[in-house]
Write a protein that binds this ligand. Sequence first.
Ligand code: TXA
Ligand code: MG
Length: 356
Amino acid sequence: MKMLTTSKSDIALAAAALAGGALVAFPTETVYGLGGDAFSGSALARIFDAKKRPRFDPLIIHIADLSTLDKIVLWEALDNNARKKLDLLAEKLWPGPLTFILPKRPEVPGLATAGLSTAAVRFPSHPVAQNLIRLFQGAAAAPSANLFGCLSPTKAEHVREQLGDKVDYIIDGGRTNLGVESTVLDLCAPLPTILRPGGCPREEIEAVIGTVGTGPVPSGPAAAAAGGQPSPGMLKSHYAPLTTLVLHPAGKLRDIPEKKDEGKLYFKTPAGKTPLSENTRILSASGDTVEAAANLFEMLHQLDSLGLRLIHAEETPQDGLGEAINDRLRRASVSRTPLPECALAGKDTGQFRPGR
Ligand code: TXA
Ligand code: MG
């Protein structure tokens, strides 16, 4: 694995590597992605292997040019109404943290889409992601660059810790600014439906196309393996630290006594509670959901490295990015069997304490 900068020559090198079938982790405005050529079966297989990701969990295909949609989308299978909504949303909210589920062309390898007749497509706004994909002149399948089921990476260092030599290059573009993954919107459903809340708030989507539905409650790996859910990646337990996380209703966290071996993750500064212990993190002092989303995974990474017995967290308001934050916190609080890949990796860092 080689670390790259965001210089022109490094991005050119990474683009050539993608074209040659290599795996390149790169920053996006949400989290780091583990990129490979979406039309190369062997690159796709390497992505699943590197992440230890089950093959029933489809990948998001990243583009940097609207015309690339023609290589991915089976337009004749998308009804006129959905097409209009796509055009409106793409005009207002792309490039950005919004992923569309659209009918796929037969040329898109089934491995990228877990054998579904649809593909997930996103046009990221991050300049490094855009330059890389444009120079590559293709489409990059890129799941979040973490081991399956584990915390998503918001820094190049997180990618290096989790994936190491399983990735050929990591472009270090500093911290990602949004911090939660893109919103996944199914445009093939009769009513456009949010399958995964994320970096594009529901309100912004509804301002463009009116009311959208909410995806089914995730039903766990067994149901997913049986193909029993429309968004196969939406597992109940996901995006989780290794330390057990207990989620409390908003405002209840301040009443829990401080303990040496327990951490706390506040949404905002609790009234009248100073000083706070070193095991405490505050997502946003002023209670701003955008700032909170940007800090979420980084602070979970930090608390997870402290060797605590428990992390207590609190729900945030549900508006704006709060919906995505609450979704990730709920998934992080679900107990996991079998253990996630980061627990089994046995890496010698706090985050990879084996056996939990
Ligand atoms: O922000 C993001 O979306 C990041 C960055 C790197 O762009 N990527 C990301 O990808 O989060 P990933 O692979 O970790 O999440 C993809 C999720 C799947 O788990 C699944 O829930 C949904 O997108 N998905 C993908 N293809 C789908 C399909 N055809 N139908 C329904 N859901 C799909
Ligand atoms: Mg992911």
